[in-house]
Design a protein around this ligand. Structure first.
Ligand SMILES: *Cc1c(COP(=O)(O)O)cnc(C)c1O
Length: 221
């Protein structure tokens, strides 16, 4: 089941678009099934859950953290996390930097933009994000690599609204690469698109889609 769904999605992804299989709330056996079908990138959004799954699954899995991350939990995932999609404050980035250096590694991070209309979603506004980059503070953080931008679109059926949100993120991504040439070589990732909107996301420049329920079925919380 899982393997067929993964293959079906991979068949629709254009070249250059990666799949992050979002396995939160699903058991390790289902992740193993996806792994056996060739999938290597998995996204989780809770530290405790990730800590339980990681040791019992193959160690060449690339774990991505996609949920809101509390600063006091960074230390648990810093030894192995491959990419953190959801950096929503300078304070969090600074803690990731500290914990990465402690582990003698560099952690790739995406800056999460708040582009949706809901107030509940986390992330920098484009203005906050620009101000942060302009401050140059990231240059002192040798333990993190700013690898791109992440966003979630407004939760709506209005496709135009969704496209607009993704376009805002994509325009901002391009603007950053122009304004900060020192970041352009590492800043490559555009993480947008989930089960219901990834086709629209790809039209708006996404190169990594985060898909959960279309692969693993509905989550039981
Ligand atoms: C849960 C989650 C997803 C996956 O959502 P689906 O609709 O199940 O594909 C993607 N991104 C983030 C940040 C999530 O929390």
């Amino acid at each position: 089941m899982v393997s067929e769904r993964i293959k079906a999605i991979l068949d629709t992804l254009p070249q250059g678009v990666q799949l992050c299989a979002v396995s939160k709330y699903h058991p390790a056996e289902m992740i193993q099934e996806a792994y056996d079908a060739g999938q290597r990138i998995f996204g989780e959004s809770h530290v405790q859950e990730l800590q339980q799954k990681c040791p019992i699954l193959p160690n060449d899995i690339e774990w991505h953290f996609i949920g809101h991350l509390q600063t006091n939990k960074v230390k648990y995932i810093a030894p192995y996390i491959s990419l953190i999609h959801s950096v929503d404050s300078e304070r969090l980035l600074s803690e990731i930097n500290k914990q990465a250096l402690r582990n003698n590694r560099q952690i790739r991070c995406l800056l999460q933009l708040h582009v949706a209309q809901e107030e509940t979603k986390f992330g920098f506004t484009t203005e906050e994000c620009l101000n942060f980059l302009r401050s140059g503070a990231y240059k002192e953080m040798k333990g993190v690599e700013i690898a791109g931008i992440m966003c979630m679109a407004t939760n709506t059926d209005d496709e135009q609204r969704i496209c607009q949100d993704f376009k805002t993120a994509n325009d901002f991504f391009q603007q950053c690469r122009q304004e900060f040439p020192d970041l352009a070589s590492t800043m490559q990732i555009r993480s947008w698109g989930m089960s219901d909107d990834f086709h629209l996301a790809i039209q708006q420049g996404s190169n990594i889609v985060r898909i959960g329920s279309s692969i693993f079925g509905h989550r039981i919380y």
